[in-house]
Ligand binder design. Structure first.
Ligand code: 4AZ
Length: 276
């Protein structure tokens, strides 16, 4: 079966909306053997910086309108993927999405507990290129502060957390199967930071997409089976207790020859500094 670069498919979010309107057949399986894919449920109390992005207006009431992930780097600052805020994902321009919120501290999306905090303003990296996915970063400023201890430190350039082979964990409420089975509890999967050459080989350009080591980070599981998937976008990749990546794109989910591609957080630090 041809593998379709996920970034050329409608994002999870769009799929969720489309599914509500047009009965779709099962989405093209990302990878039949992959099943966050290959992860396990985790307690948000142990990863309080992992937040869900939600809009019930745009994505419906089930799973509290979750459509992407995010990660708190300060009490009122959440990083996510720029592509999560695209008009073709939201079905409207960001300012028209009146109920854009983050959900923090809640284990079960449909359950009680935790907090829903409105997004006061959004900043999309002006260097984001929707064609190549380079610069896939947005910053959300929250209306209220998250509880103390909710932010995760970011790994700066040169941190050992970026060394290939480092074990890392990716978190999200996204598809657990590649078939559109969205999680209602936060899940995490163990992957490794991979060499840039692994992603250059997998994504040389053309239909598979192009990996750019200056703005992207390669991570996955050599054996396949553990990966981020649709709906996890914008969520955290953590290594050595620091944020190293944001879920961005990839071809399918969990296939050994197609690692996950993440926004490189050391580059994100630079983009934020350049624009502050
Ligand atoms: C997505 O569409 C997505 N396997 C994110 C990450 C990956 C695939 C898809 C990586 O949100």
């Amino acid at each position: 079966m041809p593998r379709i670069p996920v970034r050329f498919l409608p994002a999870a979010c769009t799929l969720a909306v489309a599914a509500a309107v047009i009965p779709l057949g099962p989405p093209a399986p990302a990878a039949a053997d992959s099943i966050i894919v290959g992860g396990k449920p985790v307690a948000v109390a142990d990863s309080p910086w992992a937040v869900a992005l939600s809009s019930r207006d745009r994505f419906g009431g089930t799973r509290a309108g979750q459509f992407c992930g995010g990660v708190a780097i300060a009490p009122t600052k959440v990083l996510t993927a720029a592509h999560c805020l695209r008009e073709d994902v939201l079905g409207a321009a960001v300012p028209e999405v009146a109920d854009l919120r983050i959900i923090a501290g809640r284990d079960e999306l449909d359950g009680p507990g935790g907090q829903e905090i409105p997004v006061r303003s959004t900043w999309v990296n002006p260097g984001y290129d929707p064609r190549t996915n380079a610069g896939d970063l947005a910053v959300l400023t929250l209306d209220q502060a998250l509880p103390e201890g909710s932010a995760i430190p970011m790994a700066g350039a040169g941190s050992p957390a970026y060394e290939p082979g480092t074990s890392a964990t990716v978190y999200g409420w996204g598809d657990t199967t590649g078939y559109g089975a969205y999680a209602s509890r936060l899940r995490a999967a163990s992957v490794r930071v991979l060499a840039d050459s692994d992603c250059v080989r997998a994504y040389p350009g053309g239909t598979q997409g192009a990996y750019d080591a200056s703005s992207m980070l390669c991570a996955g599981d050599n054996a396949g089976g553990r990966d981020a998937c649709q709906g996890d976008s914008g969520g955290p990749l953590v290594a050595r207790g620091r944020l190293v990546g944001l879920v961005s794109w990839g071809s399918g989910c969990g296939s050994p020859e197609s690692p996950g591609v993440y926004t490189r957080v050391s580059a994100a630090i630079r983009w934020m500094a350049d624009n502050s």
